[in-house]
Design a protein around this ligand. Structure first.
Ligand code: HEC
Ligand code: CU
Length: 311
């Protein structure tokens, strides 16, 4: 039955989702009724007025009652749909004044979130259930599009400009964020997770960070490799991507663009992550985003341990 579910609309994660769906389903069923009605009428007329030797149709100029009916009835239906839609759009466009504001930056190819207290997260945030939240979004490079299917919100993320979406999460659990505007090679990796949970669980997360950070550093690093989007540019099997593979780099001497040679150790890897512009590896472009302020100390240590383990 899973495939039938996959044809349905996604879970309704916010109040707003219900409004979007009711209008959507109204238009959908209206189309179904019209499609069936028009098809039946077409088939019937084709059969009833088929060619018969000797039959001649009289000249019909017009039929005022019929013409008024097929003009006025649809007019009222589409005006109704219009106001229904405007009503939903107004709610969508204007966030309540007490909404919790999260800054979002889209960049090739990750989502960066900043909370009002200055803490930053990449590709994963937590939100308390039942509290309105507004995302204020911009892009650092190209057009992206912030899309949360379960919340029924979707908006372009544009360089040099702010756009926003808001909603009140109503259903606890994991909600998926996708980029819905083709933005280059790593577009399909540009996904984030929104964990909606109780106020208490949310406060614990804000205070302590994800509980799974208290594990062996290599495991933390392996998860961070995907969670922070390093995998969009770095492979771990030796194949070259947008960035160099991490396989077997530990302990090597790497040549930089400026001609210098640097030993790949804790200090170099740490600097490469926090401030990649400091030393650019020969043969690569300076496209790696700086992760300064985006990683907790344990996550950074995990990444370093993970790279070290990839011999
Ligand atoms: C947009 C693509 C991109 C992403 C995302 C990215 N990197 Fe990089 N990274 C690069 C490129 C390109 C280089 C080589 C150029 C340079 O030195 O900046 C590089 C270099 C590095 C190096 C030095 C490697 C060497 O062989 O000398 C390390 C370590 C590194 N990145 C770690 C990370 C980590 C950890 C993450 C995730 C938290 C990450 N990178 C995310 C593109 C990326
Ligand atoms: Cu994108």
């Amino acid at each position: 039955m899973e495939w039938i579910r996959s044809l349905m609309l996604p879970l309704q994660g916010s109040e707003f989702a219900k409004e979007v769906d009711s209008l959507y389903m109204f238009i959908f069923w209206l189309s179904v009724v019209l499609f069936i009605g028009i098809t039946i009428a077409t088939l019937y007329f084709a059969w009833a007025f088929r060619f018969k030797p000797g039959r001649r149709t009289e000249h019909i100029a017009h039929n005022a009652t019929l013409e008024l009916a097929w003009t006025i009835i649809p007019l009222f239906i589409v005006i109704g749909i219009f106001f229904w839609g405007v009503n939903g759009y107004t709610k969508y466009a204007v966030a309540p004044g007490d909404a919790f504001q999260v800054q979002v930056v889209g960049k090739k190819w990750l989502w960066q979130f900043e909370y009002p207290d200055g803490s930053r997260y990449v590709n994963e945030i937590h939100l308390p259930v039942g509290k309105p939240v507004q995302f204020i979004m911009t892009s650092e490079d190209v057009l992206h599009d912030f899309f949360i299917p379960t919340m029924r919100v979707k908006h372009d993320v544009v360089p040099g400009r702010y756009t926003s979406v808001w909603f009140t999460p109503a259903v606890a659990g994991n909600h998926h964020v996708a980029c819905a505007e083709y933005c280059g090679k790593g577009h399909s990796d540009m996904a984030a997770k929104i964990v909606v949970e109780s106020q208490a669980a949310y406060e614990l997360w804000v205070k302590e960070g994800p509980a799974d950070l208290n594990r062996p550093p290599v495991e933390v690093g392996r998860d961070q490799y995907e969670a922070k989007g390093c995998n969009t540019c770095h492979s771990i099997d030796g194949t070259r991507g947008q960035g160099p593979s991490w396989k077997g780099i530990w302990g090597q001497k790497h040549k930089m663009k400026d001609g210098s040679e640097i030993l790949v150790d804790e200090n170099y890897v740490r600097e490469s992550i926090l401030n990649p512009q400091a030393h650019i590896l020969e043969g690569y472009e300076a496209i790696m985003p700086a992760f300064q302020g985006l990683l907790r100390e344990k996550e950074l240590a995990g990444l370093i341990a993970y790279i070290k383990s990839l011999q």
